[in-house]
Design a protein around this ligand. Structure first.
Ligand code: GLY
Length: 547
């Protein structure tokens, strides 16, 4: 198995006790500290996730949602769906005013948010497999929020572009902007007293404070006063869901993915399923990119039509049926790009069905506990709303619904009836936390951030490790590409080199050249050294550490 034989020479050390990879060194340090205090990979993941809510709050936080995939030391697989739900009063035409789509309302302000699920999911993950208490993990993060931290370049850039929208909401402006309304700059201290108090209140009273108590009341009052529809009852009714992990095979490995309402697991599995018949290792680069791109197009055409919350819309299991994938694969012409006019029709589409800016973190420990956790408030700073007095950034996950069939969202993704808005429904996601097993033993935890490119980043990282024998760092550094069917554009990193890009163009692909996209994190088991090797995406800041 190439993955576990990869040479780590020059890669930095692997770790014997536990490892954490995230997009932020302070968050990774919180995870490693949880391990050092006697916690396991689950405690480390939740410590990292809660700290990301403080130091990387434009991407994720307790005002958002998450998917958590866990493989416990005893081999148990657990999949927690902490995706936000639409408020009960939401309906199909929520964002359609007099027949016209209000494109901003699903992205900014009171109607943009779903009921947050992250905190309930963390609590459930700890109850299932953690060793430490939620309070043990909240309090160090609260201290960081209280003392403040110097913002980095990525944070500065996020603030720069969004200052005008953040100004619309006084509580957001008071925390994230300077008194003159200008955004904080790299090196400025971001102090979040309200968020610290929120974390401490949850530590003291439990998650009931958030879902049934003071937070729910404050959020509902703000929503009512500002034209929102989310109520205290919506918070009280929120439930994280235990889902059956999606289990497929790729080149002798078990690929454990996130089922709907993520589209991630289904389409990582679909694309890998089509790729399995290709000699990926032997293919020249141009041919490899072409064949995988064609597989991506077919999968994303299916995504646009079939995928939605399985509790509301029938999502066919046949999408990952090997026979169906062979039929899709047969449509791929190795010599040129083939138009994909519409989705496919998997077997038994109505009878055999499944019962969705962002950040990914991976953890693992020596006992054999592994976690892949992807969490989000959707686009940067979500709805831009901070509920006054709480420091909590509310998500804009309502934009992940298809507001109108065929109308593209912030990621230019289109959807159909399966992903229409409905009260209590979860919007479709691309988040793809994935754990790979070999002979029953975990060898990789991986996932990514970046809307629909999450799916492509995740499957390319898996293929780079399994097919091409790359180390974790090499796998995440390698140039990447992504095709989501509509728009008909192959997003591809210029690092492939202009000569390669021209050859790909000559096969009929329209290229969207990119300097770099995505943020993929992973932990891999290296059986040569018996160590856990974390890696963070070199395109961004990040922390990969352990002990
Ligand atoms: N909000 C991005 C996703 O869940 O795919």
């Amino acid at each position: 198995m190439l993955a576990v034989q990869a040479s780590l020479a020059g890669e930095g050390e692997g770790f014997r006790h536990g490892a954490v990879a995230s997009v932020n060194p302070l968050a990774t340090a919180a995870g490693v500290n949880a391990l050092k205090r006697g916690g396991n990979a689950v405690d480390a993941a939740i410590a990292t996730a809660l700290t990301l809510g403080v130091v990387d709050g434009h991407n994720s936080g307790i005002g958002g949602g998450c998917f958590i995939l866990m493989r416990a030391a005893d081999g148990t697989l657990t999949c927690i769906d902490g995706r936000e739900t639409a408020p009960a009063k939401a309906h199909r035409d929520l964002f359609v005013i007099q027949g016209k789509l209000d494109e901003e309302a699903s992205k900014t302000g009171p109607l943009a948010s779903g009921v947050p699920g992250a905190l309930a999911a963390y609590d459930l993950a700890l109850a299932k497999h953690g060793k430490l208490k939620l309070a043990d993990l909240l309090l160090p993060a609260a201290e960081l929020a209280d003392k403040g931290f110097a913002i980095d370049e990525a944070y500065e850039h996020r603030l720069e572009g969004l200052a005008d929208k953040l100004k619309l909401f006084p509580a957001s402006a008071a925390i994230l902007l300077k008194p003159d309304g200008s955004p904080l700059k790299k090196g400025d201290l971001l102090v979040q007293k309200d968020l610290a108090a929120t974390y401490r209140a949850v530590a003291e009273h439990g998650i009931g404070w958030f879902y049934h108590g003071e937070f729910a009341q404050k959020a509902a009052a703000w929503m009512a006063a500002n034209g929102g529809i989310m109520t205290a009852e919506d918070f009280a009714g929120y439930q994280p869901k235990l889902r059956e992990p999606l289990h497929t095979r790729y080149r002798g490995c078990d690929i454990i993915g996130m089922p709907p309402p993520s589209s991630g697991g289904v389409h990582v599995a679909q694309i890998l399923g089509m790729m399995e018949a290709f000699p990926i290792k032997e293919l020249p680069t141009v041919k490899r990119i072409h064949m995988i791109t064609e597989a991506m197009k077919l999968a994303f055409a299916d995504r646009a039509f079939w995928l939605g919350d399985p509790d509301f819309a029938p999502v066919p299991r046949g999408l990952i049926d090997p026979g169906y994938l062979a039929d899709l694969r047969a449509r791929i012409d190795p010599e040129k790009a083939t138009p994909v006019p519409a989705h496919g029709t998997p077997p038994k589409p109505n009878d055999d069905v499944f019962g969705k800016h962002t950040t990914h973190l991976s953890t693992a420990d020596a006992e054999g506990n592994w976690v892949a956790l992807t969490q989000t408030v959707n686009t940067a700073f979500g709805s831009k709303v901070i509920i006054p007095g709480t420091g909590v950034v509310m998500n804009n996950e309502m934009d992940d619904f298809s507001a109108q069939p065929g109308a593209p969202n912030a990621f230019k993704l289109v959807g159909a009836e399966a992903n229409a808005v409905a009260g209590g429904k979860r919007p479709l996601s691309s988040m793809s936390p994935t754990i790979v097993l070999k002979d029953g033993k975990p060898i990789l935890s991986v996932g990514a951030a970046g809307g629909p490119t999450i799916i492509s980043q995740t499957l390319l990282a898996i293929s780079n490790i399994i097919d091409l024998g790359m180390s974790p760092k090499e796998a995440l550094t390698a140039p990447r590409f992504h095709h989501q069917w509509a728009p008909d554009l192959l997003k591809i990193e210029s690092a492939f080199g202009e000569e390669t890009l021209k050859q790909i163009e000559s096969l009929g692909h329209t290229l969207d050249r990119s300097k770099g996209f995505g943020a993929c994190q992973c932990v891999m088991f290296d059986d040569g050294t018996g160590t856990l090797v974390p890696a963070h995406d070199p395109r961004n800041a990040g922390g990969a550490d352990g002990f």
